[in-house]
Design a protein around this ligand. Structure first.
Ligand code: FUB
Length: 322
C-alpha cells in the first residue's frame, strides 16, 4: 500500500487538500463547531487583546487509527468576529525548548507590559516527567522563543503530593487586579504559585489546591469579585468548577460546567470574555470520521452566568456561536 492510499484509508480524507505545515498565515471560515476542520487541534487556551480573540492550541498529529498523543507543536489562531479565522504562520515547537524531549501538551498565553508569555507543557529531556516552560514574544502571534533556557516547573519540584511523573502539566496563568500574577497547573493534584513580575520565575512556594475529583486542565478567571477555578474532572472528563472570593481560597465546589465532550476522553476548556459575551472554548473529537481522543477539534459555545455568579451548564452545539 503506498503512502497516499494509507493516508486516505486512515481517515484523513477531509484534511488531505489542506496545508500540513503552513509557513504563511492560513485563513478559514468557521461554519459551526468545530471551528477548524483543516487540522486537528486540542487544548485550546484563549487570550483577548486589542479586540482580537487569540486561541493557542496543540496540534494533534496522530495518524488514524493510532491512539496516542502525537503532538510536536502549538498553533495560534485569531479572529475578530468568531467567523473569520487566521491560523498564523509562526508555530511554537516543543523542541524549540532545547531542554525538552518534545510533546506539545496543553498551554496558555498571557500579556504583560506589552510582552506575551506562552506557558507550555513538554516532556523534560533530563528530569523524568512533564515540565512547564515559558516562551516570550513581542507579538501575540509570535515569533516566540524560550524565555528562560530552562524549565519553570519540573516534576522534582512537586513530589510531596503525588509521585506520578505527569502531574506538572496544563498551566493556566492569571494576573489579578493588583498586578500579582499566578500560575496554576496539575494532573491528579492541582497546584498554584505566584509568579514574579518578570513572569518567568516563581515567587514563593508551590501550594496544593484540593478540588473534588480533579483530573487536570485548571483555568482561572475572575468576574465581579468572584474567582473561578474550572478544571477537568474524572475520566472521560467533564469540566467542573469551584468559586472563591479570594485567589487563596477556600474554593467552594459548584458542580459540573460542561459534560463529557463528544467522542473525546478529554475536554480542556478556556473561559474568556470577548466583545461583551463570555465564551467557553474546548475540544471534542467530533470530526467524522477520524476524530477522537487523539485527533481533537476546537469548539466555541456561549457561557452564561446566574444572578448569584454561578455559571450555567454549557450547552455544547454544532451550530457554534457565529
Ligand atoms: O493534550 C495532551 C493532554 O490531554 C493535555 O495536556 C490535557 O489537558 C489533555 O487534554
Amino acid at each position: 500500500m503506498n503512502r497516499l492510499t494509507k493516508y486516505i484509508l486512515s481517515g484523513c480524507v477531509a484534511m488531505a487538500a489542506l496545508p500540513l505545515t503552513a509557513q504563511e498565515d492560513f485563513k478559514f471560515v468557521a461554519t459551526g463547531n468545530p471551528i477548524a476542520t483543516h487540522k486537528y487541534l486540542g487544548d485550546p487556551a484563549a487570550l483577548v487583546h486589542d479586540g482580537t480573540l487569540y486561541i493557542y492550541a496543540g496540534h494533534d498529529e496522530c495518524p488514524a487509527p493510532e491512539q496516542y498523543y502525537h503532538m510536536n507543536e502549538w498553533v495560534i489562531l485569531s479572529t475578530k468576529d468568531l467567523v473569520n479565522f487566521t491560523e498564523h504562520a509562526h508555530k511554537l515547537q516543543a523542541k524549540s525548548f532545547e531542554w525538552s524531549k518534545g510533546e506539545a501538551w496543553a498551554s496558555q498565553a498571557i500579556e504583560r507590559d506589552g510582552k506575551f508569555y506562552w506557558y507550555v507543557t513538554v516532556e523534560h529531556g533530563t528530569i523524568p516527567g512533564k515540565s512547564i516552560g515559558v516562551a516570550v514574544s513581542d507579538s501575540p502571534v509570535g515569533p516566540f522563543k524560550d524565555a528562560r533556557g530552562s524549565a519553570l516547573i519540573t516534576n522534582d519540584m512537586t513530589t510531596e503530593q503525588t509521585s506520578i511523573f505527569w502531574d506538572d502539566i496544563d498551566p493556566t496563568v492569571f494576573i489579578d487586579d493588583d498586578g500579582q500574577a499566578y500560575i496554576s497547573w496539575g494532573n491528579t493534584q492541582c497546584y498554584i504559585a505566584k509568579l514574579k513580575d518578570n513572569m518567568i520565575e516563581l515567587d514563593g512556594p508551590i501550594i496544593p489546591i484540593d478540588l473534588p475529583r480533579f483530573t487536570e486542565a485548571p483555568w482561572i478567571h475572575k468576574r465581579d469579585g468572584w474567582y473561578y477555578l474550572s478544571y477537568a474532572s474524572e475520566f472521560p472528563e467533564k469540566i467542573c468548577y469551584a468559586m472563591s472570593r479570594s485567589i487563596n481560597g477556600p474554593w467552594e465546589y459548584k458542580g459540573i460546567l460542561n459534560e463529557i465532550a463528544g467522542n473525546s476522553n478529554t475536554n480542556h476548556q478556556a473561559i474568556v470574555e470577548f466583545n461583551g459575551q463570555w465564551y467557553f472554548i474546548y475540544h471534542n473529537g467530533a470530526i467524522n470520521h477520524a476524530g477522537g481522543s487523539f485527533r481533537r477539534s476546537v469548539c466555541i459555545d456561549k457561557l452564561e452566568y446566574n444572578p448569584d455568579g454561578t455559571m450555567k451548564r454549557v450547552v455544547m452545539t454544532t451550530e457554534g456561536v457565529q
